[in-house]
Design a protein around this ligand. Structure first.
Ligand code: NAD
Length: 388
């Protein structure tokens, strides 16, 4: 049979830097990065897109960035207009914002050798990464994550995207950033909900892969809840490291059906939608982890003691593990999340459960009655907690 065969691979590398005060003119990390990226042929431009929630809590930020690049202008040209877009999930639900970023790429003639630099939480980073990926078939993007969740999970990975008709991440691409700069100083202005929400992703990765890390979170839960920065920096570093190892070690662009890092996520994504995105992603993930831990307990895979340790750790961190929309047991209720999760993944339904702390195990079906039982247990425990 006459045919032509094609095969090639493309290597991706990027570094996640940890720093403080990234835009302090005495901090040469960013300037040093651009000097290494410089080429003789072209000068590169930088288009900044910034989360409005970050600007509100760091009002000096735009001026600081402008000052930084006035002093470090040897290798790059800062686009004078710093684009500010709404922060939070609302950003991923608003198609006009994709166009706004693409339009800025066009107006400022950002080509594929220049950079779009996103500063913000996971929502803004997902949106900007997507807009950059579809502009000119892919403009280099740099991420400066400003929340716990984006520093330890979403910002260090390879995915971006926006919601479509309220379905999470329906539009998106797999495109690694060229670099990530985690500046712990941004975390100081997070409200308690956003400080806490990202910890759920660390609990998630610890539970499926690393019992020692889970024990560390368990024994530092009070410090983390009390906003101890040293504990948080350790948590972010270890969690980011585990995400990076997972991505490079397996299926970075999720070609197969398996998606272990989405432990607790099948219900979380649905719950976000059911609550009209009032619940934070990380808050929904904490509930999803609790549900799937109780489900694993019902299967006899997780001991009662270990199940309690997980639920207690999540509660000590400050998470509420029940949400009334979990009771919407109809055709569009949380169980619908299973089929939507499968559809989003493609292939066979694959859900991560626990066979012990630090040991994930995949299954290909979920029993609706057991899910309902897990929800009932969470509801009951919540009511008991309120009475106590
Ligand atoms: P977020 O981006 O929705 O931000 C929450 C709020 O914090 C917003 O109001 C924002 O303006 C504000 N904020 C951001 N930084 C701040 C700061 N330093 N100080 C004060 N306020 C600040 O929340 P998130 O938890 O970072 O991200 C959640 C999103 O990440 C969800 O859309 C989720 O689906 C996505 N996500 C993506 C991946 C991925 O692989 N791409 C992985 C996990 C989660």
């Amino acid at each position: 049979m006459d045919h032509l065969h094609q095969a090639f691979s493309v290597r991706f590398t990027y570094t996640v830097f940890f720093t403080e005060q990234l835009f302090n003119t005495n901090n040469s990390l960013l300037a040093g990065f651009f000097s290494q990226q410089a080429t003789a042929e072209t000068r590169k431009k930088l288009l900044f897109v910034i989360d409005s929630g970050v600007v509100a809590t760091h009002p000096e930020l735009s001026a600081t960035i402008t000052e930084y690049f006035a002093q470090h202008s040897d290798f790059v040209d800062l686009v004078p207009e710093l684009l500010i877009i709404p922060g939070g999930e609302v950003a991923k639900n608003n198609p006009d914002l994709v166009e706004k970023i693409v339009d800025a790429v066009d107006r400022h003639s950002i080509d594929r050798h220049s950079y779009v630099v996103a500063i913000g939480g996971g929502s803004v980073l997902d949106l900007v990464g997507y807009a950059a990926a579809i502009s000119h078939r892919g403009i280099r993007h740099i991420r400066i994550p400003t929340t716990v969740l984006s520093q330890n999970d979403s910002g260090v990975g390879v995915k971006n995207g926006v919601n479509y008709r309220t379905k999470k991440n329906f539009l998106g691409t797999f495109v690694p950033p060229v670099a990530v700069f985690n500046d712990s100083q941004f975390l100081t202005t997070l409200n308690d909900r956003d400080w806490r929400a990202g910890i759920a992703e660390a609990v998630k990765v610890a539970l499926i892969k690393d019992a020692v890390f889970f024990e560390w979170i368990e024994s530092h839960a009070n410090e983390l809840a009390a906003r101890d920065m040293a504990a948080m920096q350790y948590l972010i570093h270890r969690c980011a490291e585990m995400h990076l190892q997972h991505i490079s070690g397996g299926d970075p662009f999720e070609m197969g059906s398996s998606r272990p890092l989405d432990f607790g996520h099948w219900s979380a994504h649905k719950l976000e939608q059911l609550t009209n995105f009032e619940i934070r992603h990380g808050e929904a993930v904490a509930i999803g982890i609790a549900m799937d831990s109780l489900y694993s307990q019902q299967l006899g895979w997780l001991t009662d003691a270990d199940t309690n340790r997980i639920l207690t750790t999540l509660r000590t961190l400050g998470f509420s593990l029940y949400q009334p929309m979990l009771d919407a047991d109809n055709s569009s209720g949380v169980l619908k999340g299973l089929s939507e999760f499968r559809e989003h993944l493609g292939g066979q339904l694959t859900i991560m459960l626990l066979q012990g702390i630090g040991r994930g195990i995949e299954v290909h079906e979920m029993d609706a009655d057991r899910v309902r039982q897990a929800i009932a247990t969470l509801k009951e425990q919540q009511q008991q907690g309120q009475l106590a």
